[in-house]
Design a protein around this ligand. Structure first.
Ligand code: ADP
Length: 552
């Protein structure tokens, strides 16, 4: 901008102030009844036209993205830019000469009045609500300043706050949604946890009936049914817990070297019954070379188990499933293909979303629509990908998983047998505030030949431990009054308690909980409902402690 333009602008500004003063005098006179209406009409026109005649100044004001206006100390509008008029939803001509109070929502008039009172001391700002020509309300931010030099007058700039308000509201709504989601996850986790607790005793009771109940062939089927259904329930609840972990970003992976054939075999074993029941056959094709991955073995089995199980679920009896694994460019490609009911093309991506299921006109297979979400999450956490393919309804489906393989071949650590050797008889103290849990676990252990003692609370557990000096204490963590942690700490304080094998029984099994149990002096940590095989394996593989501290 040249000095000449600046000078010109200053001059124009001065002229404008002068005009404002004149206009104000006229309006004041009008209010006092000194000037007739025609004169005012002319004057108003003069203000308006002279203003627009001052081109550079007008351009400057007109191009502002803010509403701008000048007005008298009483609030009578003298001039405004186009944005000002559009914010108020009226033409500029209809605004000039009117009181600005007429265009403010009733509740904002007092705010504006106080602005005008304070403006002589400083530039003032406030949020107000404008009332547009069509009656709608617009939130706006006002800055008012007095025109100090020259005649008395005011000017204002105004910003439309609609977008900002919407943004803030949206943010608030998003925050509320996030909070609701967090609470839902918490609720799901607690629910799954609470529902899992009764499963332990039920499973144990079924096992006891099988081992010791009347050997009536008619009882075999219902007992096995209880066992199968409890397994299924436990698995559903585990899935629910996993989902809440995923949502909190807390799904844990325990990486180790695993062989593909081991993972495939274990998955197929786990699906064996389901396949038989549904009358669906499974053919497995493995790579000829031994192939290794760094992966969480249990989670990978969960992936394949889900895919095979789905293939069986969504394939009519007599159908065929093919599971193939091949290596290409350091990538393991696993494919589970069936010739079942297929998936519509528009659902091939959606089915991986949480709770998503294909709507098949009322036909419903049991399930929550969680399996594939978990599968995708686990595969992604292993640095792999998953994709669903189907030629359409009735034409089968294929799920393809890719995972990075370990290139340097080194022997994988031996994975323990699923059901180990029988454990040598031990003296075992079982502690849980849930009587059914204690009783059922105690009977199972007695059947396995152990000498079992029971306690239903922490104090009783410590007293009994001192009295009978068990080799192993199976200790529930979540007991009222004296928790499992406290019992463990107090047992370890005594010379007789140093050698005992303390096993935590918990409903959660999160990493931080394992750290806590370790710190409290536990030797092992089992998650409820404890599978009898897992307990047997633990007892069989835990070295017997020195007997010096045993009971007399
Ligand atoms: P669920 O099986 O519990 O409903 P999943 O997440 O495992 O939940 O699967 C989501 C949906 O994807 C299923 O409800 C089903 O409609 C569809 N689906 C999964 N696998 C197959 C398959 N092999 N064939 C046909 N549809 C399938």
């Amino acid at each position: 901008m040249t000095a000449q333009t600046i000078d010109q602008l200053l001059l124009e500004n001065q002229r404008l102030r002068h005009l404002l003063a004149e206009a104000e005098d006229t309006l004041r006179a009008l209010r006092a009844g000194e000037v007739d209406a025609i004169l005012v009409e002319t004057d108003r026109e003069q203000v308006y036209t002279l203003d627009t005649a001052n081109k550079p100044y007008q351009l400057l004001v007109e191009q502002m993205p803010l509403g701008a206006a000048s007005f008298t100390t009483d609030g009578i509008i003298l001039h405004g830019n186009r944005r000002f008029a559009s914010l108020l939803g009226r033409s500029l001509e209809t605004l000039v000469g009117k009181s600005i109070y007429d265009f403010l929502a009733v509740e904002s008039r007092a705010t504006f009045e106080s602005l005008l009172r304070d403006v002589q001391a400083a530039e003032v700002r406030a949020e107000v609500t404008l009332q547009r020509g069509d009656g709608t309300l617009v939130p706006a931010y006002l800055g008012v300043s007095a025109l100090r030099e020259g005649p008395l007058g005011m000017c204002l700039v105004m910003t439309d706050l609609t977008e900002q308000k919407r943004y803030v509201e949206l943010q608030g709504a998003q925050e509320a949604l996030r909070e609701a989601d967090r609470r839902k996850n918490e609720f799901v986790a607690i629910l799954a946890h609470e529902l899992r607790n009764p499963l332990g005793p039920i499973r144990n009771a079924a096992r006891i009936l099988k081992l010791k109940g009347p050997q009536d062939p008619e009882l075999r089927t219902p007992i096995e049914m209880i066992e199968r259904q409890t397994e299924q329930l436990a698995r559903l609840l585990d899935d629910l817990l996993d989902v809440s972990r995923i949502s909190r970003g807390a799904l844990e992976m325990r990486q180790e070297r695993v062989t593909v054939s081991d993972v495939v075999d274990a998955s197929v074993d786990a699906c064996h019954e389901e396949l038989q029941e549904r009358g669906v056959s499974l053919r497995v094709g493995l790579p000829t070379e031994p192939t290794e991955l760094v992966a969480d073995r249990a989670r990978l089995i969960q992936v394949l188990w889900n895919l095979i199980n789905n293939a069986a679920k969504y394939t009519p009896s007599g159908g065929k499933i093919e599971l193939t694994a091949m290596v290409s460019d350091c990538t393991l490609v696993l494919s589970v293909r069936d010739n079942g009911i297929g998936i519509p093309p528009d659902k091939l991506t959606d089915i991986f979303d949480l709770f998503a299921q294909v709507d098949r006109s009322g036909e419903r297979e049991g399930g929550l629509g969680i399996g594939l979400t978990l599968v995708r999450q686990i595969v992604t956490l292993h640095g792999g990908s998953i994709e669903a393919r189907s030629e359409g309804i009735g034409r089968g489906s294929e799920f393809i998983v890719t995972l990075p393989v370990v290139t340097t071949a080194a022997p994988a650590p031996a994975t323990g047998p699923v059901s180990g050797p029988a454990a040598a008889p031990r003296r075992i103290l079982v502690v849980d505030d849930n009587q059914d849990a204690v009783e059922s676990l105690a009977v199972l252990l007695q059947i396995a030949g152990h000498d079992v003692h029971k306690a239903l609370d922490g104090e009783a557990a410590i007293a009994l431990a001192q009295q009978v000096r068990p080799d192993v204490v199976l200790l529930d963590l979540g007991m009222p009054k004296v928790s499992g942690y406290e019992v463990a700490r107090r047992i370890r304080e005594h010379p007789w308690g140093k050698q005992m094998i303390l096993v935590a029984l918990s409903g959660w099994g999160q990493a931080d909980e394992r750290i806590r149990t370790q710190a409290a002096g536990f030797d092992a940590h089992l998650v409820k409902p404890v599978a009898p095989e897992a307990l047997n394996q633990l007892l069989a593989t835990t070295p017997a402690r020195s007997r010096e501290s045993a009971a007399p």
